[in-house]
Design a protein around this ligand. Structure first.
Ligand code: CUA
Length: 438
C-alpha cells in the first residue's frame, strides 16, 4: 500500500476538485429553465415533491454511508493486529426484518405525496375566476365556453409546436400566449413521433403521443385565493385586489422558456418553445390582433392585390410586394404556411405565420431575437429570417421545409424544371415581408 505515492493522492485531490467545479458550474437556481424558481402551482407542487424525495434519499445516504464509514474505520486492520476473526454469521432476522420495514416505510412516505401530485396535475380545477366568462373581455363566447377555462391544444411536430385556441378560433406556433393567474387546460397530441411538453418554471413534463390525447393544466402565478393564503391575508377589498394585480404584473408577467423533453429525432434539441404570460386585457387585445390578421403591403384589398398578382404582377412593386409575390409564388411558402387575412395563404403543414414578426424567436425558439432587456432586436430578427430561409437545413437538420422540395428550399425548380436557387436578393425580400407581419 505504501507504494502509492503522495503525488498520486495530490492528483486525485486535484482532479476531483476540478470535476466538482465543472459539475456545479452549470448550477444556477434562477436560470431561464430552472425548476427551483417555480412560477405557478403545478411547478410548485413538483418542486415540493422533488424536495421531499431529496430529504428522504439524503437521509438514506447519510445513514447507510455513516454505518459504512464507521465500519471501515472501526474494523480496519492495524499494524501487528492480532485480534481473532470475528464470528462469521449468516444473517440476523431482527436486522433484516427491520431494514425491510424501514424501506417500505420510506417508500410509502414518497409514494403517497407522489400519487397526490399526479392527480393534482391531471385534474383541471374548477376555479370560478378562471372561467372564460369571468375574465375574457374579447368578443362574446358561447355559454358553455364561458363556463370553461381557457383551452389550448398543443400539437407536436418534428420540430416545432402548434398552439390552437379552439374557443377563440386562433392558432399560433412556438410562442404561446396565456393570461396570468388563470387555469389553462392543455390537450396534448402529436402528428408524428412522441414529444414532451416542458415549461420548467410553470409545468412539465407530459408526453405528446401520436394517436392519443393527453391532458394537463397549467397556471402561471397563483389565483387570488391561493395568493391571499400564501401571504397570510384574508377578505376582499379593492386594495387587496390591487396588490394581487401588482404581484401578477411584477412577478408573473414574463417570457418563459420551454423545451421538448423527449428525444424525437435529428433536431430534438432545437425543438424549443416560449410562453408569454400577460394580463387579461392584453390577452384580449392579442386575440383580436390574431383574428384580424394582415392586409396587403400597400393597403389595397386582397381582391385587388390578387387581381394584379394574377394579371399584371409587375405592377406590384416595392420590397414588401416583391416579398409577398415570392411568398405566394416561386418560394411556395403559402403551400405550407397560413397567414390570417390572406385568402390564399392557407397551408397547414408548417407553422401559422400570423404575426410572426411580433414573435421574439423563430425556428421553434432556436433563432432568438429577444434582447437582454426584453425588447426586440430588429437587426437580429432580420438576420434570423434570412438565415432560416437561406440555410434551413443548417439551422434545423432534417426539417420538413428543407425536404419539401426534394432536397431543399435551395433547390426549387424554375419554370423550365431546372433547379433554381432562391437568390440572396429574393431571400432578403421574403425576410422583409415576414418581418412586416406584426
Ligand atoms: Cu420533440 Cu424532442
Amino acid at each position: 500500500m505504501k507504494t502509492i505515492s503522495k503525488g498520486f493522492f495530490r492528483f486525485l485531490q486535484f482532479s476531483s476538485t476540478f470535476a466538482l467545479i465543472v459539475l456545479f458550474s452549470g448550477c444556477n437556481l434562477d436560470s431561464r429553465m430552472s425548476t427551483f424558481t417555480p412560477k405557478g402551482p403545478i411547478a410548485q407542487e413538483q418542486l415540493n415533491l422533488f424536495m421531499l424525495t431529496v430529504w428522504v434519499t439524503g437521509f438514506i445516504f447519510l445513514v447507510v454511508g455513516g454505518v459504512f464509514v464507521y465500519a471501515i474505520i472501526k474494523f480496519r486492520e492495524r499494524p501487528n493486529d492480532n485480534r481473532p476473526l470475528p464470528s462469521q454469521g449468516h444473517g440476523n432476522p431482527l436486522v433484516e426484518i427491520g431494514l425491510i420495514g424501514a424501506s417500505i416505510l420510506l417508500l410509502v412516505i414518497i409514494a403517497v405525496p407522489t400519487l397526490q401530485a399526479i392527480w393534482f396535475t391531471h385534474d383541471t380545477p374548477d376555479d370560478p375566476e378562471s372561467r372564460m366568462g369571468a375574465w375574457y373581455s374579447g368578443e362574446e363566447l358561447a355559454d358553455e365556453e364561458s363556463e370553461n377555462p381557457l383551452i389550448i391544444k398543443v400539437i407536436g411536430y418534428q420540430w416545432w409546436w402548434a398552439f390552437e385556441y379552439p374557443q377563440l378560433g386562433i392558432t399560433t406556433a412556438n410562442e404561446m400566449v396565456i393570461p396570468a393567474g388563470k387555469v389553462v387546460h392543455l390537450e396534448l397530441r402529436s402528428v408524428d413521433v412522441i414529444h414532451s411538453f416542458w415549461l420548467p418554471k410553470i409545468a412539465g413534463k407530459v408526453d405528446l403521443i401520436p394517436g392519443r390525447t393527453n391532458s394537463m393544466w397549467i397556471q402561471a402565478g397563483e389565483n387570488f385565493a391561493r395568493w391571499k393564503e400564501q401571504q397570510g391575508l384574508e377578505g376582499e377589498s379593492e386594495s387587496l385586489r390591487r396588490d394581487y394585480a401588482t404581484y401578477l404584473e411584477e412577478e408573473i408577467h414574463d417570457y418563459y422558456y420551454g423545451q421538448c423533453a423527449e428525444y424525437c429525432g435529428d433536431s430534438h434539441a432545437r425543438m424549443l418553445f416560449r410562453a408569454t404570460v400577460i394580463g387579461d386585457q392584453e390577452f384580449a387585445r392579442w386575440v383580436a390582433d390574431e383574428k384580424a390578421g394582415h392586409g396587403t403591403p400597400d393597403g389595397k384589398s386582397w381582391d385587388a392585390w390578387y387581381a394584379s398578382y394574377d394579371q399584371n404582377p409587375e405592377q406590384l412593386t416595392g420590397d414588401l410586394n416583391e416579398g409577398l409575390k415570392l411568398f405566394m409564388g416561386r418560394a411556395k411558402c403559402a403551400t405550407c404556411h397560413k397567414v390570417q387575412g390572406n385568402p390564399r395563404a392557407l397551408g397547414v403543414a408548417g407553422p401559422n405565420l400570423t404575426n410572426v414578426g411580433s414573435r421574439m424567436s423563430i425556428a421553434a425558439g432556436w433563432l432568438n431575437h429577444r434582447a437582454e432587456d426584453g425588447t426586440m432586436d430588429l437587426e437580429q430578427q432580420y438576420e434570423n429570417f434570412f438565415k432560416w430561409i437561406k440555410e434551413t437545413d443548417v439551422v434545423k437538420p432534417g426539417n420538413l421545409m428543407w425536404k419539401a422540395n426534394g432536397g431543399g428550399i435551395g433547390e426549387l425548380l424554375d419554370a423550365y424544371g431546372e433547379p433554381a436557387l432562391l437568390t440572396d436578393d429574393e431571400v432578403h425580400k421574403i425576410s422583409l415581408y415576414l418581418k412586416s407581419l406584426k
